[in-house]
Design a protein around this ligand. Structure first.
Ligand code: GUN
Length: 274
């Protein structure tokens, strides 16, 4: 079953059997247009699966103290099971301190050090949304990772690093590339599964992709005409590979589905329901 449909079914059951509704609080600071689109999509998804959804839209001038105070209030709010502070934050705010302030039990992004550590150990409650969305997509297309050469371009805490770890958990042979990688094109050409999470429009060209590779595009950029595009030069790469995800409409929706799964899990954990 589609992830969101399954979350909806489990949420309906939770309401009927226990009288509990999962709640997600999304915090957005400032008026970054991309963040606004992401937050709207997250709110819509909450409504679609039957969650309580609260939005806290704070002005760009919000102070660190005010933001931390809101996080603390949400940590203690019984009807809120998941807290998501949309990144990036305006420059004067310290995102590390904000993430550290979120209760690990409500950290549905899996950004808190406790949850990152659990992922490293392979014993986690929450999976990071985008990497887990990628894995979900691979599973749904019956693409096995076991023994494959997996190359991730990008080493961010949000995507690249945890992506490498999830591929490793499924027995892939993982290489994480970054701006200092030598012979990047050559390394990428070895990949059976290539994940682009670099944040540069159309960065992955056809000569970086092996024939028959699986190409996953995590990028969300604007091209020279302001049109949404990924990190992969889709038009020139698509005919070379066995499988490729488009942008928009590829990994993005799977990311949100994972967020819904995490929020439901957080709710169950907080209520002592297995
Ligand atoms: N900004 C871009 N991706 C994400 C994400 O997965 N979570 C949060 N909180 N902010 C983001």
């Amino acid at each position: 079953m589609e992830v969101k449909a399954s979350v909806k079914q489990l949420t309906d059951a939770l309401k009927q059997e226990h009288g509990i509704t999962p709640g997600l609080a999304v915090v957005i600071v400032g008026d970054d247009p991309a963040s606004r689109v992401y937050v709207n999509n997250k709110k819509k998804a909450c409504e679609a699966v039957g969650f309580l959804s609260e939005e806290y839209a704070l002005p760009a001038e919000t102070t660190q103290e005010e933001l931390l105070a809101l996080v603390e209030t949400l940590n203690n709010k019984a009807d809120i099971n998941g807290i998501l502070v949309q990144l990036p934050l305006p420059k004067h705010l310290d995102d590390k301190a904000v993430i550290a302030a979120i209760s690990p039990l409500k950290d549905v992004d899996a950004f808190h050090a406790v949850n990152v550590g659990k992922i490293m150990l392979g014993e986690y409650d929450f999976l990071p949304c985008t990497p887990a969305g990628v894995m979900e997509m691979l599973h749904s297309y019956h693409i096995s990772v076991e023994g494959k050469d997996c190359v991730v371009i990008g080493r961010s805490n949000i995507v690249g690093k945890p992506m490498g770890m999830l591929l490793l958990h499924e027995n892939g042979t993982v290489t994480i590339c970054h701006s200092r990688t030598k012979n990047l094109a050559e390394v990428c050409r070895r990949a059976d599964i290539l994940v682009a999470a670099v944040g540069i429009p159309k960065f992955v060209k056809a000569d970086m992709v092996k024939d028959g590779a699986v190409v996953i595009d995590v990028g969300m950029n604007r091209d020279e005409n302001g049109k949404l595009c990924g990190d992969v030069d889709f038009e020139n790469v698509k005919d070379k590979c066995a499988f490729i995800t488009p942008v928009p409409g590829g990994v993005g929706p799977m990311t949100i589905a994972t967020l819904m799964k995490n929020t439901l899990k957080a709710c169950k954990l907080q209520n002592g329901i297995a």
